[in-house]
Design a protein around this ligand. Sequence first.
Ligand code: NAD
Length: 356
Amino acid sequence: MKIAVLPGDGIGTEIVAEAIKVLDALALPFEMESALVGGAAYEAHGHPLPESTLKLAKEADAILFGAVGDWKYDKLDRPLRPEQAILGLRKHLGLFANFRPAICHAPLVGASSLKPELVAGLDILIIRELTGDIYFGQPRGRRTAADGLFPGTEEAFDTMRYSRPEIERIARVAFEAARKRGKKVTSVDKANVLETFQFWKDVVTEVHQDYQDVALEHMYVDNAAMQLVKQPKAFDVIVTGNMFGDILSDEASMLTGSIGMLPSASLNDRKQGLYEPSHGSAPDIAGKGVANPLATILSAAMMLRYSLNQEQAAQRIESAVQQVLAQGLRTPDIYSDGTTKVGTAQMGDAVVKALG
Ligand code: NAD
């Protein structure tokens, strides 16, 4: 088993170092190799995703990714900006299924913006289709309107589209994931208005025939946005398209209180995956040793579960994280009165110790 380690920029190097400590402590038979990505790769090789980094990523079973970006690169041409590295990896590796769990850890229940009783015990998984939909559909552009309300004026347009195989494969991923959890899938669409999402609903319903042990419900996206803050625990697995998933996964992340706690995975049909925290490179706190490494450590646990087939090791990491939180250890982003403030490395060390 081979893991490509791409720490990236800003706090990326600090948080990935802690995840590696934890992986090393498990003493499992995998090989790890690091490469530059994002702004760091641009500085060294003139490109955010150099050929050598892409080759390493393609050959690996899984990629552990930190974060990329810094305001100082904002003036670069778009293809050279650090964030393009993630888009490039998604495209070249065909990473179509984005997993974003939203778990409210019991000791952090007060950090949520919702009432504790609404989020205590929350454990939902949002599966977002990542390579299709209106974000990638062609044609798109600007032109002079030939018709519509204001013919002859400038207009912009995008195309929402999904093919049957794209919907089938993400639906299968969702049903398979639900089988290992609460056995319920909520498919989120806008079938009442959009052709694309009536088709989505029809195809998901067809695929469901193969997964009769899993309950399927359909929900319009506006209602889903409402239910996520009204009774989030009613969900188990949510599956949806790229744009709705983009918005709903950010909404769900806030139920849990802190962005420093949220892991994510992006998988292809060979179960090869890119694992990264949901946050960015946090240039404002980079180099200060205060970043929360838990999202990255939990991403490493997802990597063990989904790409490396090491469920037990994944659970060991997750329960070690629960333990350090129960001990009251907190990086500044999740600190509250009565708890113990620690830095990035201390938090990583505590997780290693809690592995037992
Ligand atoms: P950000 O997620 O980096 O930071 C937002 C806020 O959250 C900041 O105040 C930051 O200090 C805090 N924060 C983030 N992660 C934290 C952690 N682990 N521990 C403690 N606090 C944490 O978002 P931003 O500031 O909008 O973007 C900064 C840079 O990151 C930009 O260049 C952006 O393009 C890039 N970015 C990269 C990714 C990625 O690599 N996948 C994702 C989002 C943003």
